[in-house]
Design a protein around this ligand. Structure first.
Ligand SMILES: NC(=O)C1=CN([C@@H]2O[C@H](COP(=O)(O)OP(=O)(O)OC[C@H]3O[C@@H](n4cnc5c(N)ncnc54)[C@H](O)[C@@H]3O)[C@@H](O)[C@H]2O)C=CC1
Ligand SMILES: O=C(O)CCC(=O)C(=O)O
Length: 472
């Protein structure tokens, strides 16, 4: 078993520091980012570890606000504009401590098994369906996302699409690009007075509801939970009722077992003759074969798709049959707006996401704070103030079993436990404690005692705090 290096050469600070699954920090404050969060406390100067040793891999063109924020902390940041497929991803993820992705990179259990040092995953988006959240938690890997920074952008795209479909703008524009002046506007209508049916009335659905009403539409929504309707919107009892009554149906549900093929043959048949379908949630929610048939038969007048069951991993001429036979069929249909998963891709949204997720990662890496995590209990402690040099922050991620805290506190008990917080989420519990009167020489012993507790999350390589300490 390895033990943590405890002294930064030339300084008197404790190094083993990162929070997975047993880690130690000098409790205190971080150089830059943290100042915004705990401004009132006279800060104890903290250098919890050599931030230059932290390796961060950012994929899928994560916004530069995040890159800058992470670089400013001194981390090593490797940046790529694309996502990677499994083999390449496995190579890349092997040694990094943090990976930042958007919606395309699939972090399955088998990929995560190769990530020997991984502490945290930043999903720079809303959806987290691309990550095996449960498995990550079992491995002590904390996952963060940005729950609503791009909601408005998606809602605005959808409202634009409602108008474009009503006026068949996609086709008109295409004709003009090919040199055809065709002024006929049969089957074009205003959206005022039409019914918008929203499936999933969460952040995006409810924002869209406000926009749609302000443009004179009537809004119905269906959600699996009872929700307060905004304005004059009305919640309907079931999906069928919504489908029968709506002129435009738009999906804003997460990817789950229940939302897979939510709209198939039967649902499309139930939709009003001449109505339109919009999907900017996840591709697997609509059976595309059924949609193509409904469009070809004229039952549906139009559709807008921003998401697809399979999407290319890089930009380029890849929206072709390699993704599936449905691509050809869809590309050939009239009045269908196709966009490359850009619902959340605005300057405002991406900057906000970069700052939010980047910030959450910094707080986690530097302080073990899990606020904003989607697969771990949310735990934080206030900072210790100057000038006490003998404080240590202990993070212990463990299985949620009776008696664990007693064991842990037996070990910490020779010191003063200034602050402690513990919370659990399912089978995983997260304990953070700030202890004082710790001699640096005692850190190894403390670490070793915690390390052998059977309830600790098994970590095949003893994780980052340790390997960082001893590997060089
Ligand atoms: N196209 C794009 O670029 C983007 C797509 N998205 C997708 O949109 C989804 C929704 O985003 P938010 O509104 O922020 O999520 P949210 O979590 O705020 O709302 C989702 C709503 O769907 C409801 N829901 C869940 N299962 C349902 C079901 N079977 N039937 C009806 N309602 C159901 C939930 O109760 C909740 O109210 C995300 O999960 C993501 O996949 C999000 C952002 C950008
Ligand atoms: O912008 C992206 O890459 C993904 C947006 C999205 O689908 C999400 O936020 O869930």
């Amino acid at each position: 078993m390895t033990i943590p290096r405890d002294i930064v050469p030339g300084s008197n600070t404790v190094v083993p520091s990162t929070p997975s699954p047993t880690a130690f920090f000098n409790a205190g404050t971080s150089p830059s980012y943290e100042a915004n969060y705990f401004p009132a406390v006279p800060k104890k100067q903290l250098k919890p570890f050599n931030t230059g040793d932290i390796k961060i891999l950012l994929l899928e063109d994560v916004n530069c606000t995040a890159r800058e924020l992470l670089q400013k902390e001194g981390y090593q940041v490797e940046f790529h504009t694309t996502s990677f497929r499994d083999i390449e991803l496995i190579e890349k993820i092997r040694d990094v401590h943090v990976i930042g992705i958007r919606s395309k990179t699939r972090l399955t259990a088998s990929v995560l098994d190769h990530a020997k040092n991984l502490l945290a995953i930043g999903c720079f988006c809303i959806g987290t369906n691309q990550v095996d959240l449960g498995y990550a938690a079992k491995r002590g890997i904390t996952v963060f996302n940005s729950p609503f920074s791009n909601s408005r952008s998606v809602a605005e795209l959808v409202i634009a699409e409602v108008i474009m479909l009503a006026r068949r703008i996609g086709d008109k524009s295409m004709e003009m690009h090919f040199g055809t002046w065709q002024k006929a506007s049969t089957r074009c209508c205003e959206i005022r007075g039409k019914v918008l049916g929203i499936v999933g009335y969460g952040h995006i659905g409810s924002q869209l509801s406000v926009l749609a009403e302000s443009m004179g539409m009537s809004v119905l929504f269906y959600d699996i939970i009872p929700l307060m309707a905004i304005g004059k919107a009305r919640q309907v009892k079931n999906l069928s009722e919504l489908l029968v009554l709506s002129d435009f149906v738009t999906l804003h549900v997460p990817e789950t077992q229940e939302t897979r093929d939510l709209i198939g043959y039967a649902e499309l048949k139930a939709m009003k003759q001449g109505s339109c379908l919009i999907n900017a949630s996840r591709g697997c929610s609509v059976d595309l074969q059924a949609l193509c048939e409904a469009m070809r038969s004229g039952h549906l007048a139009g559709a807008a798709l921003d998401v697809f069951p399979r999407e290319p991993s890089a930009d380029g001429p890849y929206f072709n049959e390699d993704l599936g036979r449905w691509v050809r069929e869809i590309r050939d249909l009239p009045n269908i707006i196709l966009t490359p998963h850009i619902g959340g891709s605005t300057k405002e949204a991406q900057e906000a996401i970069g700052t939010e997720v980047g910030g959450a990662l910094v707080r986690y890496i530097n302080f073990g704070c899990t606020i904003g995590a989607v697969n771990m209990p949310e735990v934080t402690l206030r900072n210790l103030a100057a000038p006490d040099e003998s404080h240590l922050r202990v993070i212990f991620i463990h299985r949620n079993r009776p008696g664990v805290l007693r064991q842990v506190n037996d070990i910490l008990g020779d010191h003063n436990v200034d602050m402690q917080m513990s919370d659990s989420r399912g089978d995983i519990a997260y304990m953070m404690a700030d202890i004082s009167k710790v001699d640096l020489a005692e850190v190894h012993a403390l670490y070793n005692k915690l390390e052998i507790l059977s309830c600790k999350i098994p970590n095949f390589l003893m994780s980052f705090g340790i390997s960082l300490g001893l590997s060089h």
